[in-house]
Design a protein around this ligand. Structure first.
Ligand code: NAD
Length: 345
């Protein structure tokens, strides 16, 4: 009863990370492919043994509704296309696994959730880190107060992009990537601040920067910084950039110790340690199980009707916070938040 997935968007992440991992899940398999590029469709279809009649173009996607081999669609397209393809997939009667970030606005996220409910199909956001052993142990340790009461969480997610333009690379185009590094890389930091604190912020203040005369940043921000204030008094600080030397780190500082994750949320090679009375280097397992782990989790939710750890509602929550961060930066003011991430004022 393995779940058949149609992969839509045969780009870097699908081809290099996720598709090779399907064989590691005994509950999920690649049943169909959807691509706008006929040559790539033929080549990838042959490589994965996908039958010719299970290779769809964007134009003939809607006939997938009648394809019993396909239970779910995995959307790995540029972010600005997620909402429309999720709605189309639900209309075809399929479950949807959608890459992060869920979409570019809370309104789009709500449209996706509503379409899933109408179709009575499941929606999961592919937040792989929730299936990654180091992060799972870090969540558990912070809940158990292994560093005491949390006072400060600092997340830094940056790399320096080479020369490019919005026309060459969708990650630099506002219509497909929103404001840029925050939605893409910074989202891991925002997520980590939330799942390590187990709190929702009550207010946010933020700033963005876009240099003049740099073709990379004609549409998106080069960096975004945000400060989150939690009901407990803890403070979260997020810095994310496409124009500074690489880092992928999360530091949690509690009353008695600290948790250092550096790197913390990548594909592998995690280094995580506790400082203080519980000081030790974590050895939590193989980070690479996160890829197939999320496939098995979603397949189980479909087959056994079990709850989804990273549902559309989580994706929506995060995009609400992204919107609040940009509203704060644009208005030069602190934005107050409801517990579900909605802006209050
Ligand atoms: P990519 O540029 O490598 O691939 C994008 C694919 O979409 C390409 O096959 C491209 O041909 C296709 N496409 C269709 N319409 C397009 C259009 N109008 N403009 C540009 N491309 C178009 O990107 P990617 O790195 O594979 O990212 C795809 C999605 O996966 C994004 O949502 C991204 O955020 C997500 N992602 C997630 C992770 C993760 O760790 N979970 C990592 C990388 C990417």
């Amino acid at each position: 009863d393995s779940v058949g997935f149609a992969i839509i968007g045969l780009g870097g992440y699908a081809l290099n990370q996720m598709m090779p991992r399907f064989v590691q899940s005994d509950r999920a398999h690649i049943a169909a492919l959807v691509s706008g590029n006929a040559e790539k469709l033929a080549q990838v279809g042959d490589a994965y043994g996908v039958p010719a009649d299970a290779r769809y173009s964007y134009a003939d996607f809607d006939r997938i509704a009648a394809d019993k081999r396909v239970d779910a669609v995995y959307i790995v397209l540029p972010t600005g296309l997620h909402a429309d393809w999720a709605v189309r997939s639900f209309a075809a009667g399929k479950h949807v696994l959608c890459e992060k970030p869920m979409a570019l606005s809370a309104a789009e996220c709500e449209r996706m959730i509503a379409a899933g409910k109408r179709a009575n199909k499941k929606l999961m956001i592919a937040y792989r880190v929730h299936f990654e052993p180091y992060n799972l142990e870090a969540m558990r340790l912070m809940r158990e107060k292994a560093a005491g009461d949390i006072r400060l969480i600092r997340a830094e997610m940056s790399y320096r992009s080479g020369p490019t333009t919005p026309a060459e690379n969708w990650r630099f185009a506002r219509a497909l990537a929103g404001g840029g590094p925050l939605e893409d890389y910074g989202l891991y930091g925002l997520q980590a601040i939330l799942y390590l604190s187990s709190e929702m912020p009550e207010s946010v203040s933020a700033t963005t920067f876009r240099p003049a005369n740099d073709p990379r940043f004609s549409e998106i921000f080069a960096h975004t910084g945000a400060q989150l204030r939690f009901p407990s008094g803890a403070v979260g600080q997020l810095a994310t950039s496409y124009d500074s030397h690489g880092i992928n780190a999360v530091h949690v500082r509690g009353t008695t110790g600290a948790l250092i994750m550096d790197p913390g949320t990548g594909y592998g090679g995690h280094k995580v340690r506790l400082e203080g009375p519980n000081a030790r280097e974590l050895a939590s397992g193989d980070p690479e199980v996160q890829f197939a782990g999320q496939l098995t989790h979603f397949a189980s939710a479909i087959r056994d009707n079990t709850p989804i750890r990273t549902p559309g509602e989580m994706g929506l929550r995060d995009i609400r916070l992204v919107e609040a961060i940009y509203a704060s930066a644009a208005g030069g003011r602190t934005v107050k938040l409801a517990p579900d991430g909605r802006m209050l004022a």
